[in-house]
Design a protein around this ligand. Structure first.
Ligand SMILES: Nc1ncnc2c1ncn2[C@@H]1O[C@H](COP(=O)(O)OP(=O)(O)OP(=O)(O)O)[C@@H](O)[C@H]1O
Length: 554
């Protein structure tokens, strides 16, 4: 926690409020929520949530104040427009087609670094465009024959049955892999760059068929990749670009030995022949070891503050007893829908602790006239994809979710995230609320705080203060009385499952990156479901398929 946050908490007035004396300002909260949602500036065209094109309406001024720090020698300067990047006419066209007018801060800084051939360790806030930050320069590099390769790799026409991608993007979950694959395909549209995705839980033969057509960029989860290598269906000997996305989470999930094996024992060219990019939200010592082992002369880029949320998200916390939560939720949703601009039903994501509660709350909402769906680990893949599709289209504008939906899920129009049950650690909170307020849009996050959440008070107050949010006096009082300084983090600021942020790490371990800031907001591992490379119906890994993608929920 930053000094300013800590001070903010400590400087709270000494008035002690107890739960018995405190009266939750429910009505005021609901009015506040409703007015905020009606301010979310939906234009006429955006009345139908499924038709929203948020990319065109990005408020880039919102990013102007974000602190950006770089360290490393001779860091290539940032650009201010995509065209300055000289990505090539195909990519310029595709960027326009995607509706991207200007690069986001992480893109402004990271793309020139990657295009210059340097290794990169980058960290940026949720929803700030990290995927394009690594996809665009890789595709441009392949098209331009940078790093000595101008031809697509793989079996196509080569007589070989072994796919030999020139770029490998590794990530922890099948949903994230699908999402990256989808994004990369948009950028590579009508170019000769071929992109495939491979993840576990689905029959491997479908993926093999795609790989046999030849692949330049392979997006993969570690387990399935090892399987493909062992079957001699993929060779990494030609890999020139290696990206580890959500690297910290892969480590949390126990993938380190697998990742090390893939990088060190499969014939992949070593650094600096190979260019390596590491995208991570937090910087535990394992990540630094990984960086030291696999990156050379790298640039370290940070956009935003460690473990913090973007101030695009209006955070609201309401003291409500466990017994009153349902009634309060209904009140909240009712006033939200009554006040919603132009009758728009804002997409609302409600996070709960357990799968059972997700089912039960979905049912309860339906009974009370709120079309809702749910997403959690006990639902099969078809149900999950259905739920997500229905949510995205606004048919069921409320989705009740467990933590499986907290990370990476990119549903552009989520207007409101409600932490019906607060998570156990603050990282998770930051990831959850990061499902709204994406790509320069504003969003709203409401947390229900009850007596069982006292250990979260200090961290929650800190995250709110850091994002320039108004912290209620009663929360500051809880924070003062709280025993846990980090809200589920251990003494080093680490979340329960191991990762911690550079800021806390820097304080605890004397780390000097030359910056005081950093890290965006990924949550760390979620043990709710056993497998992270779980089942899919097979959509999404052949070209032209239209996958329902969402990362981070498994
Ligand atoms: N330059 C841009 N202009 C407009 N929209 C953009 C731009 N870059 C990215 N986006 C859009 O912003 C959204 C968020 O991007 P992305 O999913 O890459 O964020 P992220 O930083 O990886 O988020 P998370 O940390 O939650 O995974 C996506 O819908 C993406 O299409």
């Amino acid at each position: 926690m930053s000094l300013s946050m800590a001070n903010g908490v400590k400087s709270a007035s000494a008035t002690r409020l107890t739960r018995a004396t405190y009266v939750p300002p429910c009505r005021r909260d609901n009015e506040h929520v409703a007015s905020h949602l009606s301010d979310l500036s939906l234009s006429g065209k955006e009345k139908d949530p499924s038709s929203l094109n948020l990319n065109g309406g990005i408020n880039f001024d919102a990013y102007e104040d974000i602190p950006v720090e770089t360290s490393g020698s001779e860091v290539p300067p940032p650009v201010s427009s995509f065209f300055q990047l000289d990505l090539g006419s195909d990519l310029d066209t595709n960027i326009k087609r995607c509706g991207y007018k200007n690069p986001t801060p992480v893109q402004k800084h990271a793309i020139p670094v990657i295009m210059s051939g340097r290794d990169l360790m980058a960290c940026a806030q949720t929803g700030s465009g990290k995927t394009a930050a690594f996809c665009l320069p890789i595709i441009a590099g392949i098209l331009k024959g940078r790093n000595g390769f101008s031809e697509p790799r793989g079996p196509r026409g080569s007589g070989s049955r072994v796919a030999t991608p020139v770029a490998l993007i590794m990530c922890p979950t099948r949903e994230l892999a699908g999402q990256i694959h989808d994004e990369a395909n948009k950028f590579a549209n009508r170019t000769r760059v071929r992109i495939a995705v491979a993840y576990g839980g689905v029959p491997i033969y479908q993926q093999l068929r795609c790989l046999e057509r030849g692949v330049d960029i392979l997006v993969a989860t570690p387990g399935r990749l090892v399987d493909l290598i062992d079957r001699a269906k993929v060779s990494l000997q030609k890999v020139q670009y290696l990206t580890l996305d959500e690297a910290d989470r892969m480590l949390d999930m126990g993938f380190e030995p697998t990742i090390r094996r893939i990088i060190e024992q499969t014939g992949m060219p070593s650094s600096p022949v190979r260019q390596t990019m590491l995208f991570s939200a937090t910087f535990p010592s394992e990540i630094q070891r990984l960086a030291a082992d696999f990156l050379s002369n790298y640039v370290y880029l940070t956009v935003g503050k460690v473990g913090s949320s973007t101030d695009l998200i209006k955070q609201n916390v309401i003291d409500v007893s466990n017994m009153d939560k349902r009634r309060h939720l209904i009140d909240l949703l009712r006033s939200q829908s009554m006040n919603a601009a132009h009758g728009v039903k804002p997409l609302t994501l409600v996070f709960v602790e357990t799968k059972r509660e997700a089912d039960s709350l979905e049912h309860y909402l339906y009974q009370n006239g709120f079309p809702a769906t749910s997403i959690h680990g006990d639902r099969n893949q078809w149900e999950r994809e259905q739920a997500l599709r229905s949510f995205k289209k606004g048919n069921t504008p409320i989705m009740v979710a467990t933590d499986v939906a907290s990370r990476g899920l990119d549903v552009p129009n989520v207007a409101h995230v409600i932490n019906y049950d607060l998570p156990k650690n603050i990282d998770s909170y930051v990831h959850r609320i990061g499902r709204t307020g994406r790509a320069g849009k504003s969003g709203l996050a409401t947390a229900f705080f009850d007596g069982t959440n006292q250990s979260m008070a200090k961290a929650l107050a800190g995250v709110m203060a850091e994002a320039k949010q108004e912290v209620p006096e009663w929360l500051l009082q809880f924070a003062e009385n709280s025993f846990s300084p980090y809200g589920g983090r251990n003494d080093h600021g680490s979340s329960d499952n191991g990762a911690y942020d550079a800021y806390n790490y820097g304080q605890a371990e004397g780390m000097t990156w030359g910056v005081e800031t950093y890290a965006p907001s990924y949550e760390t591992g979620n043990a709710q479901m056993g497998s992270y490379e779980a089942v899919s119906n097979g959509f999404g890994f052949c070209y032209g398929a239209e996958p329902v993608v969402a990362s981070g929920w498994d």
